[in-house]
Design a protein around this ligand. Structure first.
Ligand code: AP5
Length: 216
């Protein structure tokens, strides 16, 4: 299974990617997570990406494409992958198609998570991440037992710097301007499946896995 998850910031892509990854035994590759790892370790790529991320802008295509291309060459992605947050522009999608063709494979399906804007703002504003293990929590929808402390590893929770309200507004605008055109792009290829991403996490997982099973 080679699939792409598309949805606005806070739609639940990372949350649902875990379940799909486990179900299909494929790596979930998130460009946001990869960029944050580069920023945290201070690589050149991280330094180049940071100013775009903190402003809620997209990192330039050439930087992003090179990073994803290297990741897709890793052994665990040989028999399938889930891309979360990539592609995010039509040029990125065109290059992805070219690169997969060179590798003799193609995308099976592109899933669009559809969710109302006021709901994504609720999800993002309450999101907390563990410094230790990277697990994602939510202060209301998926709280830890002890406030600010990860249930899984005991690490301290933090809020992403790009989850501040002004940056979130910009990320949403960027999504509608630059990423939403991918819906038509993949629709024209006959690869698009739209899943209602409102409601509890487990119900959305069931809808997603059912939609994927119908395509497999
Ligand atoms: P990235 O990290 O990809 O951010 P994003 O797309 O904005 O997505 P999020 O991580 O905010 O949300 P999500 O959909 O994964 O939601 P989650 O599951 O966490 O990108 C960050 C930045 O990196 C970009 O702005 C850009 O600068 C750069 N970048 C990344 N990719 C790029 C690319 N291809 N090109 C250029 N630049 C790129 O859920 C959110 C919260 O809601 C969590 O707290 C969760 O617990 C909760 N939740 C989830 N589902 C539910 C539910 N059903 N009900 C209630 N709560 C829920």
């Amino acid at each position: 299974m080679r699939l792409v998850l598309i949805g606005p910031p806070g739609a639940g892509k990372g949350t649902q990617a875990e379940f799909i990854s486990a179900r299909y035994h494929i790596p979930a590759i998130s460009t946001g997570v990869l960029f944050r790892e580069h920023v945290a370790t201070g690589t050149n790529l991280g330094q180049a990406a940071h100013r775009y991320m903190e402003a809620g802008e997209l990192v330039p295509d050439e930087v992003t494409i090179e990073m994803v291309s290297e990741r897709l060459d890793e052994k665990d992605a040989a028999n399938g992958f889930l891309l979360d947050g990539f592609p995010r522009t039509v040029p990125q999608a065109e290059v992805l198609d070219e690169q997969l063709t060179l590798r003799g494979v193609k995308l099976d399906v592109v899933v669009q998570l559809e969710v109302a804007t006021d709901e994504v703002i609720r999800r993002i504003s309450g999101r907390r991440i563990c410094h230790g293990c990277g697990r994602v929590w939510h202060v209301d929808f998926n709280p830890t037992k002890v406030d600010g402390v990860c249930d899984k590893c005991g690490g301290e929770l933090f809020q992403r710097e790009d989850d501040q309200p002004a940056t979130v507004r910009n990320r949403l605008e960027v999504f509608f301007e630059q990423t939403a055109p991918l819906i038509d792009f993949y629709g024209a290829q006959g690869k698009l499946v739209t899943v209602d991403a409102m409601g509890p996490v487990d119900e959305i997982t069931t809808r997603l896995l059912t939609a994927l099973a119908e395509r497999a």
